[in-house]
Design a protein around this ligand. Sequence first.
Ligand code: ADP
Ligand code: MG
Length: 276
Amino acid sequence: VSVAPPPHHLRVLVLANQKGGVGKTTTAINLGTALAAIGEKVLLIDLDPQGNASTGLGVERRSRRVSTYDVMMGAESLKKVMQPTAVPGLSIAPSTLDLLGVELEIAGRKDRALRLKNAIARFVEDQQGEPPSERFTYALVDCPPSLNLLTMNAMTAADSVVVPLQCEFFALEGLSQLLATVDQVRSTLNPALTIHGIVLTMFDSRNSLAAQVVADVRSFMGDKVYDTVIPRNVRISEAPSHGKPVLLYDLKCAGSQAYLKLASEVIQRERLFRAA
Ligand code: ADP
Ligand code: MG
């Protein structure tokens, strides 16, 4: 039943939720770091004009001479744009505010939703020239808080979507719209797109409502919800101002441990998907 995976496959996961402040960027940075810590080679693609993933990984604005803007415009390759980070095995393709203009600039082009997919295909091709141990195994795409053309590009290029949901009263609001967008992409540009999982974030055990929200989301979405719940943790929110993932800032804190657990769950699911 199990088919050997193609030799140098890059798994592309997209962090998407049209709500802002739900933990997309935090999860992109820290899931990426945790995957790298357990031996994967990870490229984080910052597709949010705000560039919080880039800043949070210590890439200063003046060192973003080339960025995902150039990638989306077809002017530079991901290989050229990516930079190493302080985390061994984690690189980032940073973004700049220029990305805000991409939507208008490419709106009239036939391949407007395929730009990232094409860039990633080229990246995978470039990888064939690298020794196998140097090849990237995961790309994580951090999206803006909108179901705009950038997010559509990410979903079109992705194998799977990871949805961060904040443990708050309105958590499920907007989820059906997100799922409808995934369905739409699946029925048109990317038939193989799956929901990888839903990750509950910013869980506060002192808030009695939070446990109810977790229960509601689990009963609505079933086993699509990862077992790992990311706690609200002050170390997670402090780390970006130091330009570091929380795993480098404070490995022992509850937030770091939760992201390590999430990474191993993500890898387990990958293996099951492949075997299915
Ligand atoms: P998004 O990318 O979806 O807009 P962010 O990842 O930027 O959301 O998170 C929004 C804010 O919440 C940020 O200031 C971040 O540091 C903080 N934050 C995210 N996750 C946690 C957490 N588990 N505990 C504490 N603060 C968090
Ligand atoms: Mg963000």
